[in-house]
Design a protein around this ligand. Sequence first.
Ligand code: PLP
Length: 378
Amino acid sequence: MIYFDNSATTAVLPEAAEAARKYMLERYYNPAAAYAPAVQLERDVSAARANIASKLNADPAELIFTSCGTESNNTAIFGSLKAMHGSGRVIISAVEHPSVYEAATDLKERGYDVRLAPVDGTGKVLAKELAELLTPDTRLVSIMHVNNESGAINDIDAIYSLIKKTVPDALLHVDGVQAFMKEPHVRCDMYSVSGHKLHAPKGVGALFIKKGVRVKPYLLGGGQESGMRSGTTNAPAIMAFSAAVTDYSEHRAEYRDSMLAVKKRLYGNLMRLRDVRLNGPDPDHGAAHILNVSFLGVRGEVLLNALSEKGLLVSTGSACAAHKRGRNRILNAMGILGERQDGAIRFSFSHYNTVAEADAAAQMIEDQVGILRRFRRR
Ligand code: PLP
């Protein structure tokens, strides 16, 4: 089987699984308890926090653990607005993940003036258009770092400077779920990350909240995470997350080179086929782990199923109504419509993938696309 759906989730790193096992079977205490083994566990969780925070150039006190990227995004958006008075303008990009987009839709229903910042044909936010949307009553801007569909990388540092220069009181939240550890650190007020996108188990994420930025908690209860996120600490997942982050930071360049080599090989192979279009930045400029390509004359979901039967696992996009024809919100925003939208497939890689897999995958795709196109013409 060839797994090219690493933007959806990744295989757990053995060291991360081992950390989770140890903290589930041996050090299973509640870190809030008062006895010595629990106090030691609390120290271990603190070390994990410091480790992950350091990769964001953050102080440990600026990082709270959550259950996933979705929770981090929701906490950042709802929590920061809850700490402000009255409503106002909220800007998100037109290609945000549903965990930001749906939160913004909810805000709109509650009277916020929600605006969508347009993107170019690769999925990158248009700076000039974003600048025009910034008004004195803008409260929050939420822009993703790496787009999960196209691999476009936003220039977050430039966006941060623009916002702070134009509306100094507005906050910038960044969904860094597809970028954390893969792209260099950026300046922002809040940054969301998720463990399972980089070889930690599902069920753990984190949110960086810059010192001085006010965010009201989303989950109320026992006051864990300095009162910012109640709920018994998920120590096994946090320790696994930390192990995965340590491994990634030790092999960052090697993992990047390896993913980029697979991406470029697959891209090169696919571009030799007829009627294939790239959706997203040139492979040298996008994220190393994401490649989105359209096969004209073929329905993406039909191709996906045909490839899955042959042992190649890919995606047609995230859970944003991508299954309904012409309804892929992300590709629509990128101006990718009609046949090109229908035939879009996202390939996403991890360092576990190989160039040989890229060759094998390209052959399978060539075969299946050929069969489907012939079938369609009849
Ligand atoms: N943001 C982006 C860009 C994503 O790609 C995803 C997951 O696909 C999420 C947020 C949600 O993360 P999680 O699955 O941890 O809730």
